[in-house]
Ligand binder design. Structure first.
Ligand code: SF4
Length: 287
């Protein structure tokens, strides 16, 4: 016979699953209308997607659009890129700032040539090994190209997920195992790629860092933080996730490792004021 704690956990688990299911549907409906149709969202070309991810690192999407368009026109494949001197490639990235990124580009393309004969890597996990591809980009590419149910978690997505379940968030929440695990559970759907993109847009346009638009939020009835005023929400912990512009207008993802969970360090998690309980203590990822 199941014990009371087992029953409680199962109820919480089932409740969270249902709530995530409802939120997914609402979020995808919202996304259908509000998708910021950036050019890299209109393609399934693996090389173009990879180049877009490299350009978007710590850079606003609007700034990336013209650079991306010119780049994929002139260098549609890794082979085209390798035909040109390194300086020419670096020049293309220079307008986006960060000199190292242009240099990284060359070594990434050389790696693709040496290890995959400049063709799309066959396995989703291959993307985790490519130099210059961090956990965020790897997850995004895996979900877009292989339909893998894995969440691309940057600072803004981490904030969104933490608010949904009533966990306090901070600049490093994207490294928090529990937040990453919950994000993976959230995108555990055949539409994981769309959910990843939808979370980017929703956290930039509605669930903003300092002034979340809770009053008109379509997810409010299912959000643990939705009934809390933005002022109280910000008192729940420091939030500097909006300080740096980044991927698709969001803060940058972690660059520190080759797995989705990049750190064993688990920041102290405080509950958002008004949130009644933590959704569960044990989060099993979807992948
Ligand atoms: S209700 Fe507020 S905190 Fe919750 S998802 Fe919507 S905007 Fe974010």
């Amino acid at each position: 016979m199941p014990t009371r704690s087992t029953r409680n956990r199962e109820q919480t688990e089932a409740g969270l699953r249902k709530r995530f299911g409802r939120i997914r549907k609402k979020l995808l409906l919202w996304f259908r209308v509000h998708d910021r149709a950036y050019p890299w969202r209109q393609t399934q070309n693996w090389f173009h997607l990879l180049m877009a991810e490299m350009m978007l690192r710590r850079t606003r999407a609007d700034q990336v659009v013209p650079v991306y368009r010119d780049f994929v026109r002139d260098f549609p494949t890794p082979r085209h890129a390798l035909l040109h001197p390194a300086k020419e490639l670096e020049k293309r990235f220079r307008s986006l700032g960060m000199h190292w990124r242009g240099q990284q580009l060359r070594s990434t393309i050389s790696y693709l040539h040496d290890h995959f004969a400049a063709r799309q890597p066959a396995a989703d996990s291959d993307f985790e090994e490519i130099p210059g591809v961090g956990p965020y980009s790897s997850a995004m590419l895996q979900s877009r190209l292989f339909r893998k149910r894995v969440a691309a978690v940057d600072a803004n997505v981490a904030r969104f997920i933490a608010r949904l379940v009533g966990l306090a968030h901070h600049a490093e929440s994207r490294r928090d195992r529990e937040v990453v695990c919950l994000a993976n559970r959230f995108v555990n759907s055949p539409r994981a790629a769309d959910l990843n993109l939808a979370m980017i847009d929703f956290s930039a346009l509605v669930c903003k860092a300092r002034t979340p638009l809770c009053a008109g939020c379509p997810l409010r009835s299912d959000c643990a933080s939705g009934q809390i005023s933005p002022e109280r929400m910000s008192r729940s912990g420091p939030d500097n996730t909006s300080r740096s512009a980044g991927r698709e207008g969001n803060a940058p993802a972690s660059m520190s490792g080759h797995s989705i969970v990049t750190s064993t360090e688990r920041p102290r998690v405080r509950r958002t004021p008004g949130a009644r309980r933590k959704p569960e203590s044990k989060c099993r990822g979807s992948t």
